[in-house]
Design a protein around this ligand. Sequence first.
Ligand code: FB9
Length: 498
Amino acid sequence: MHPDLTERILQHLETADQVDTLDLASQFAVDHQKIVGALKSIQAHGELVTAEVATHKSLGLTDEGLSVVEHGSHEALVHAAVPEEGITQAALMTAGGPNAKVGFSKAMSHGWILVDKTVTPPLVRRKVEKITDSVKEQLKQVAAGKGDALPSKEVTDFKKRKLLQETTTKSFVLRRGPEFATTLTKLETDLTVEMLSSGLWEQLKFKSYNFDALGAPPSRGHLHPLLKVRTEFRQIFLEMGFSEMPTNNYVESSFWNFDALYQPQQHPARDAHDTFFVNHPAKSHKFPQDYLERVKKVHSVGGYGSKGYGYDWKLEEAQKNLLRTHTTAVSARMLYKLANQEGGFKPAKYFSIDKVFRNETLDATHLAEFHQVEGVIADVGLTLGDLIGTLYEFFRKLGITQLEFKPAYNPYTEPSMEIFCYHPGLGKWIEVGNSGVFRPEMLLPMGLPENVNVIAWGLSLERPTMIKYGINNIRDLVGPKVDLKMVEEGPICRLDHV
Ligand code: FB9
């Protein structure tokens, strides 16, 4: 069996005091890299050999130099292109090959050609019939590895003409090492009980630990960008003293999703075009009866200073189950609890971040479901100013300082405002949410004290995530077409750096 390269190197060093790996490569007729590879595995077995780095500067032909060796020097090609009857300089530039310009001036300087100005147009004629293409000959020397015989003037000139280049090759000068041997004993990689109990480990050679080796990356999960941004939003709300509302009920009754929010039963959002109604179970029946009566009353005939909507409010409409269209339904449940808790109303700050469902026309930024982010503050005498101040603080933590508010309409808030921000990264104003002061027709039937106001705002999780991660189509963020690499390689999310 042909001893492998490592053994052949060791056998060579048994007799030779030192050897350069480049010479070994030419002696063993193998690629130098293979020798270096074998050296590495010898070195892994201990100090059998010492290896001193050596650098070799050698002259090599560039691609242009190679084409001169193959086709002749630029000046030789120009000379060859000059016909008996002469040729115009312009014509010679094309006939003389891609480097005719350099070739022409070189051939002129060599006195191989001349320009006959006695005729019009002036013609280039040969001054000598036969020429010796010394450039080609000298480059052939280099190609044959005898470059160092070349006079340095030529070397400099050829380098300037980009025909030659100096290459530095790194090699190793090998010598026998303190643990020199001609064979490689297998390196143990595991220290076993048997080795320990038998004491055999003392004779054995162990593979040295490579503490720099990167362990196999543990196959682990990766947070979807949406969840990274959700964590950021949670952090912002908690920093602002908000506590999270329980949102673990996608299926909601129309009562809490709409009626409790003083949204009339004939409101367009309450038909199947906008809302996913549930068939099993189709209806909810458990409602706080007295509160339901007050909701019915305020919708149908008003109260609390409001004339209501003046329509015939139907229980069966409120009983219809649906997939919640906003987490404001959860806010309604929490505010009702706040009004009817032991010890009565106490100021509160709540937030929610969870899925809502809308039967909307699908487009690049809208799916039938998205995550709503909502903030709610209930306290005595809260004003629109408190809402605006809170929004500035909230968006400041998102790295957004320039806000504008546009009057809007929601059935459950008056006044209502759409929120716009100047997004420095996008260099434009974008809509970043909606907000308002909940209507007394919503709060008073719950039993909240007259002097308590509740301000609230909402936005989505998907939009900031798409902007943060530079995703333009929502289907690249969520759904079956998501490229898992985007999730695996998604950078951490720092929202306050828009
Ligand atoms: O998220 C939205 N835009 C947004 C938000 C943050 C953001 O951050 C960047 C890092 C800087 C960028 C963009 N929007 C709300 C605005 C638009 O995208 C809008 O076209 C789509 N809206 C959704 C509803 O679509 C039908 C986003 C979603 C939305 C809108 C309103 C509410 C919640 C979500 C609300 C509310 C509300 C109002 C009053 C009281 C309580 C809740």
